[in-house]
Design a protein around this ligand. Structure first.
Ligand SMILES: C[S@@+](CC[C@H](N)C(=O)[O-])C[C@H]1O[C@@H](n2cnc3c(N)ncnc32)[C@H](O)[C@@H]1O
Length: 278
């Protein structure tokens, strides 16, 4: 495996930061080598310097996409940390549905949920399953479930709704597995009923969020940890602008907005914390 020099670490980490906001430093030498060696080989790069040069020069951004796919940590699972999904089921969805139905009683009740940095889709499909189980007949609702991620590979898998044995065994009860998934050539595929509730697309959270509209719920979990404090501040200010005034923000169980965004206030329900606009 090609070794990376200290100078190249500076070059490649600054390139990765420029294209994704993911902040890495010299302590990530081994991670850079192990994750990028396949791209280095595929593009016959003589060094990491050469890889950076080719990636920056290439108009099609193909190398950039491969680097982002390789470097992004897509670790996720169905119903990750369980608490937020209990919160959605027992507090957030019932409250929102009542509020929206009271506002426009004759129209379909509108709900917009965004899983920002959705990885391979398990988070958003978990939300879809909660909604399906809570509401049963969805015809009275106008539901938008949007999943976005910077990684093309992650977005493609999320859109396919296909999971291997390892992925399917993480976070799903036997009951949910048989109810919402079908076996598919050694893997599992989420049933169309749930698949069709969700849409996925590529969005870089470091870029301005234009044309997104407002969401009732934003899940932005386990991604801001990869950004600098300055970038986290900017991100949560942008998210504040895309959240309905009475909307809900859910972040990762080990994350906090203290010192990050003055626009949100933390609230507790049972064991879970959620954020609302001040
Ligand atoms: C650890 S996963 C979290 C997935 C899911 N939210 C969860 O908590 O299980 C982090 C995801 O953030 C994505 N990511 C990293 N930087 C990003 C950026 N600038 N914009 C959008 N997504 C990004 C990665 O591709 C990865 O899929």
């Amino acid at each position: 495996m090609l070794k990376i020099t200290p100078n190249e670490i500076k070059l490649i980490t600054s390139y990765i930061y420029d294209v994704s906001g993911i902040h890495l430093d010299a302590t990530k030498k081994y991670l850079l080598e192990t994750r990028l060696h396949a791209v280095v080989e595929e593009y016959s790069c003589s060094s990491y310097h050469d890889l950076c040069r080719k990636a920056r020069a290439e108009a099609s951004k193909k190398i950039e996409r491969k680097i982002i796919d390789a470097i992004s940590t897509n670790e996720t699972l169905f119903f990750r940390d369980s608490g937020p999904f209990e919160l959605l089921k027992h507090k957030i969805f019932p409250e929102l549905i009542d509020a929206r139905a009271a506002k426009s009683p004759v129209l379909k009740t509108r709900l917009r949920v965004w899983s920002a940095a959705c990885s391979t889709g398990q988070e958003l499909y978990s939300v879809a399953i909660v909604l399906q189980e809570l509401l049963g007949d969805l015809s009275k609702y106008s539901i938008t479930l949007l999943g976005t991620d910077i990684s093309d590979a992650a977005v493609a898998q999320a859109s396919s709704g296909k999971y291997n044995k390892f992925e399917i065994e993480r976070g799903l009860s036997k009951d949910k597995l048989s109810r919402y998934f079908t076996p598919s050539g050694g893997n599992w595929k989420i049933k169309d009923q749930i698949r069709s509730m969700a849409n996925f697309r590529k969005i870089n959270l470091m870029m301005p969020l234009v044309g997104m509209g407002k969401f009732d719920i934003i899940l932005c979990r386990n991604v801001a940890i990869y950004f600098t404090l300055e970038d986290r501040k900017k991100l949560f200010n942008r998210l504040a602008q895309t959240l309905e005034p009475d909307g809900y923000l859910l972040i990762g169980s080990t994350e906090s907005l203290t010192g990050v965004s003055p626009r949100f206030t933390p609230k507790r329900h049972l064991r879970s914390i959620f954020y609302q606009l001040k």
